[in-house]
Design a protein around this ligand. Structure first.
Ligand SMILES: Cc1ncc(COP(=O)(O)O)c(C=O)c1O
Length: 479
């Protein structure tokens, strides 16, 4: 022992040396890296037992949570309206146009954002007035433009041919129509969606603004841009807002038009795992508040001088889709079979496939059992029921053994599945909504043979499959 040690009694004592050791983390038990995936299970949706849902509505089954949907919408609204004085939201129909979903969001105050005649008609059919519709999309026919003009919808022009057509429609109807133009530009953060709208950098957009300013029947009042989807960088929106604000100032100075609104589209990421991104969504997906801060702070600062000129700040419109609806819906599916692949991997066949869960092509959805599973977790491939090699619901997930009839929950699945799903090989299943009061309502009925074939027509001469008699039984030896 050194003299120093002897003399300095207040110095902290050294910890005794301990032989280094490696402690294996026993999978299946709670350890310092968290609970193993298969230890997590979920047996209810908003308090309604999964077993009861399946008893009443069969497997597979999509389940929408009205509570989560409303909460997501309220959170979005709060994040933006507390940061910018004039905000509107448009529900992006293509993300999920189940009527019950749309009407929850309309009840929360959303306009309808539609991109086709079908979506326009769907919004009107739900009772949305024309002046509560934002009409985007590159394929608007004369007939639907006439209707939209007559009903006062907010038309966002995508290209010059639409501009000419709309001008002609307005002229024939003897109207002056307030319109917006869709813009595309390079934010420096995302791939440029340059096929939509007028390009800013090349001067096409200002040319379009000039053209509208020169029209007797069109009046430019808005700017729209949707820069992409699942954008994980809030700075992309900061750049977007700057570009749109600069363009607004240029249009107003050069053409004399007064821009009343800036619509920045959608694109916020949801709490889902994009394939190829290895960190969990909780670590890489910005919060709604982070997006709101990047957007609103920038717009507030840039439009401050408008107030000093007594020219009002533009209304900010958002068309957020997936970030509102994705985690408000799950898919419950049942195990049909267990297999082993020749390479030794375990495979499970489920009763729901990529025809139902279209986003399985892009996401590694979270998969949890609906009961505690015991046994050693193994790498497992989850296949759907389609007789197609591409029908892979999860390429690799750690799961203990499951039995035929066991159920798994895929989430989040609320965005782009109930619109992009296919009737392919199998019928599409029921969709239910768990209401805020705990009641469960069927919001889309499962298909059956009658529903699937009701649009088909058989020409008279094809009505009998075997007019010359049925083929011989090929199991009997021919004479
Ligand atoms: C014009 C427009 N607005 C809004 C959205 C919704 O986007 P997201 O679901 O990424 O928020 C889309 C989706 O492609 C769109 O094209």
């Amino acid at each position: 022992m050194s003299t120093k040690d002897n003399n300095n009694a207040s110095e902290p004592k050294k910890k005794p040396w301990v032989k280094p050791s490696i402690t294996p983390l026993r999978s299946g038990f709670l350890n310092k890296s968290g609970a193993a995936r298969h230890m997590i299970w979920r047996d209810n949706i908003d308090g309604v037992p999964v077993s009861k849902l399946l008893e009443d509505f069969k497997s597979p089954l999509f389940v929408v949570s009205e509570h989560t949907l409303r909460q997501n919408s309220k959170r979005l609204r709060k994040a933006f309206s507390t940061r910018y004085p004039d905000i509107m939201f448009g529900w992006s129909y293509k993300t999920n146009y189940l009527s019950a979903v749309c009407n929850v969001l309309h009840q929360e105050g959303d306009l309808a954002e539609v991109v086709s005649q079908f979506e326009y008609e769907k919004a009107r059919g739900l009772g949305v007035p024309g002046n509560c519709i934002l009409f985007n999309g590159p394929n608007k026919t004369r007939a639907i433009l006439e209707r939209a003009v007559n009903e006062g919808a907010h038309i966002h022009i995508d290209h010059l041919d639409e501009l000419y057509l709309l001008e002609d429609v307005a002229k024939n109807l003897g109207k002056v129509v307030d319109v917006a133009i869709r813009l595309n530009f390079d934010t420096g953060y995302t791939e440029q969606w340059s096929r939509f709208g007028f390009n800013v950098e090349s001067g096409h957009a200002i040319d379009a603004a000039w053209r509208i300013a020169a029209s007797d029947n069109l009046n430019l009042v808005g700017l729209h841009a949707h820069i992409g989807t699942f954008i994980m960088e809030p700075l992309a929106y900061k750049a977007q807002v700057k570009i749109m604000n600069n363009f607004m100032n240029e249009v107003e100075t050069k053409t004399g038009c007064v821009i009343k609104y800036i619509d920045i589209g959608g694109g916020f990421a949801s709490m889902n795992s994009l394939q190829g991104i290895y960190l969990p969504p909780e670590q890489v997906v910005p919060s709604i508040e982070q997006y709101a801060e990047a957007i609103c702070d920038t717009l507030l600062e840039l439009t401050h001088e408008r107030e000093t000129r007594e020219c009002r700040r533009p209304t900010l419109i958002l068309e957020t889709g997936r970030a509102v609806v994705d985690d408000a819906e799950v898919l419950i599916t049942s195990v049909v079979a267990n297999k082993h692949l020749p390479d030794g991997r375990r495979a499970v066949v489920l009763d729901a496939g990529v025809n139902h869960l279209f986003t399985a092509f892009w996401y590694n959805h979270d998969v949890v059992p609906t009961r505690h599973l015991s046994g050693r977790p193994e790498e497992t491939v989850l296949y759907g029921p389609l007789c197609m090699n591409i029908d892979v619901m999860r390429n690799s997930v750690m799961l203990p053994p499951v039995n035929v009839g066991d159920t798994l929950i895929f989430s989040p699945v609320g965005a782009y599945n109930n619109t992009q799903w296919l009737q392919f090989i199998e019928y599409r299943p029921n969709v239910v909504m768990v209401q805020e009061n705990g009641k469960v309502s069927l919001i889309r009925e499962a298909e059956n043979l009658e529903i699937v074939t009701q649009q088909e027509r058989l020409p008279e001469h094809l009505k009998n499959p075997y007019p010359k008699g049925t083929p011989r039984n090929f199991l009997t030896t021919p004479k």
